[in-house]
Design a binder for this molecule. Structure first.
Ligand SMILES: [Zn+2]
Length: 303
């Protein structure tokens, strides 16, 4: 079967971003990439991504539609994040919805329902239902088309999941699982297709963490904090609040109590020093050896 994918908009599109400036495209793209990589492991699947993979060009609808039609797609999937309010403040609107065109083709409704239910079940996002609207990108007469509004980019809780590697893997696996079950796809070289665990671990194998470009100066300043926030998929503001989401994420990662606060001395800092092989005193000096090592590792994109 032939599948096209398109991540909504581009890095250069005005608006279409979270209140902290992270673009819709940038947040949906890792998930689409994972879906494509994973579906390549299935027999008889041919795929094409029709948005600009560099994110520079927001292709016109006319171009996108021509590319999907030229590829003779059986299925087209459009990836988006929803927004609520004026887009400059975090708001309460949250959850997942999947759009199908108003002709309500049976196969598209079935696929949309599976994608929706799977995403909701792995993320805990609110189930907002399958919706019907004739967006241009769900209006291909010869393909089964769905448009997935994964969650709200204007909601802090939704965003913390969609930006985390763990969340991206789960959401991608949820979409893959829906397609695999709808079309009864067979994994290459294997007899069964049922095991979601297999899908998830394979998907995990292709994720990568962002690489930072920090000066290794040993100071825990805004650039280093932002890089940490990006790495752990929390809100990026370059500040450590009390309590802080990124500190909580680091505490979880290091296996120390998760209160979101760096106390003096700190169990989390001790654990970090132990892990990085620097002197263990639980204190971040200015400059600090453990922060230097942290900066070096963030620059490699691998803690
Ligand atoms: Zn969109």
């Amino acid at each position: 079967m032939r599948i096209t994918h398109r991540v909504g908009h581009a890095l250069t599109t005005r608006g279409k971003q979270s209140p902290d400036g992270v673009k819709e495209w940038a947040q949906a793209e890792p998930i689409a990439k994972l879906v494509i990589a994973e579906l390549n492991n299935y027999e008889g699947v041919a795929q094409k991504r029709v948005d600009d993979p560099t994110g520079k060009v927001d292709k016109s609808l006319k171009t996108l539609i021509a590319e999907v039609n030229d590829f003779k797609a059986d299925v087209h999937i459009d990836y988006h994040l929803n927004a609520h309010g004026d887009g400059t403040t975090w708001t309460s609107g949250h959850g997942t919805e999947v759009f199908v065109n108003t002709r309500k083709p049976k196969e598209a409704v079935e696929l949309a329902t599976k994608v929706l239910n799977n995403i909701v079940s792995v993320t805990g996002f609110r189930n907002r239902g399958v919706k019907y609207y004739n967006w241009d990108m769900v209006n291909f007469p010869k393909a089964t088309n769905i448009l997935v509004e994964i969650c709200f980019m204007t909601n802090k809780d939704d965003v913390s999941i969609v930006r985390s590697t763990d969340g991206q893997i789960k959401i991608a696996a949820a979409i893959v699982e829906a397609i695999v079950s709808q079309y009864n796809l067979k994994r290459k070289g294997s007899k069964n297709t049922k095991d979601k665990q297999v899908v998830q671990s394979k998907v995990a194998g292709v994720t990568s963490r962002p690489k930072a470009n920090l000066r290794v100066d040993g100071y825990l300043g805004p650039a280093t904090i932002s890089a940490l926030q990006r790495y752990f998929g929390t809100i990026v503001d370059g500040k450590i609040s009390r309590p802080s989401l990124v500190i909580k994420a680091m505490q979880k990662w290091l296996g120390t109590p998760q209160d979101g606060v760096i106390s003096t001395p700190s169990l989390m800092v001790k654990a970090l020093q132990k892990r990085f092989g620097t002197p263990v005193d639980g204190i971040i000096s200015k400059p600090s050896l453990v922060i230097k090592e942290l900066q070096r590792r963030l620059n490699k994109g691998d803690l």
